[in-house]
Write a protein that binds this ligand. Structure first.
Ligand SMILES: Cc1cc2nc3c(=O)[nH]c(=O)nc-3n(C[C@H](O)[C@H](O)[C@H](O)COP(=O)(O)O)c2cc1C
Length: 193
């Protein structure tokens, strides 16, 4: 049986071929320093043996929570073929080189927006955001927009991956893969649905 990271990569391909809009959208759950969870959608931007990569503002709520407690959970759902994938593991910051490369690939408007948005902090009136966008555009007129120091990515190294496949009569297949450390072999166990 192929390893679960390869299986998730195949499912992402299948979702893209099935015409799913943003097949790489996933729920990201974090917890605060008192153990209270929060969840939001983010986009998966890299997947390989080393883990699941997403990008964000490091001073956002999720960024602060991940830096205080570097553990997270992800959840994908592709209803077109009745599949859910759950992932849990430790997170770490990607390298500056990785963050720079991904940031440089983003449309200019998104790069301007990364500077203009104080993500997760109170915005008194929407016009304040629009004014900040105009200021950032003026600052970088005729120049490349560099990556803000407060914007980067995280890599979640999976310790557990569950692939849930919908079956008739709710007799769903739950395959849970676990490994004790990143280089250890994966072990698979079924769970009752
Ligand atoms: C489909 C979708 C994809 C999103 N992708 C990202 C993303 O990749 N990075 C990000 O910072 N926010 C993304 N967002 C916005 C987040 O859901 C969230 O509103 C924002 O990051 C602030 O979250 P926080 O206050 O919990 O940190 C996305 C939202 C949606 C609906």
């Amino acid at each position: 049986m192929s390893d679960p990271v390869t299986r998730v990569a195949e499912l992402l391909d299948r979702a893209a071929r099935a015409g799913v809009v943003e097949p790489n959208a996933m729920a990201l759950a974090t917890v605060d320093s008192e153990g209270r969870p929060s969840v939001r959608m983010v986009l998966l931007k890299g997947l390989d043996d080393s883990g699941f990569v997403f990008f964000t503002n490091l001073e956002s709520r999720k960024g602060e929570e991940l830096r205080a407690n570097p553990h997270a959970a992800l959840c994908f759902h592709w209803r077109e073929f009745e599949t859910q994938v759950r992932v849990e593991g430790a997170v770490e910051l990607v390298t500056d080189a990785e963050a720079d490369a991904y940031f440089a690939s983003r449309p200019r408007g998104s790069r301007i927006g990364a500077w203009a948005s104080e993500q997760s902090r109170p915005l008194p009136v929407f016009e304040d955001l629009e004014r900040r966008v105009v200021e950032v555009e003026a600052r970088y007129e005729d120049q490349e927009v560099p990556r803000p120091p407060f914007w980067s990515g995280f890599r979640l190294t999976p310790a557990t991956i569950e692939i849930w496949s919908g079956k008739p009569s709710r007799l769903h297949l739950r395959e849970v893969y676990q490994r004790s450390e990143p280089d250890a072999p994966w072990e698979m166990q079924l769970l009752y649905p």
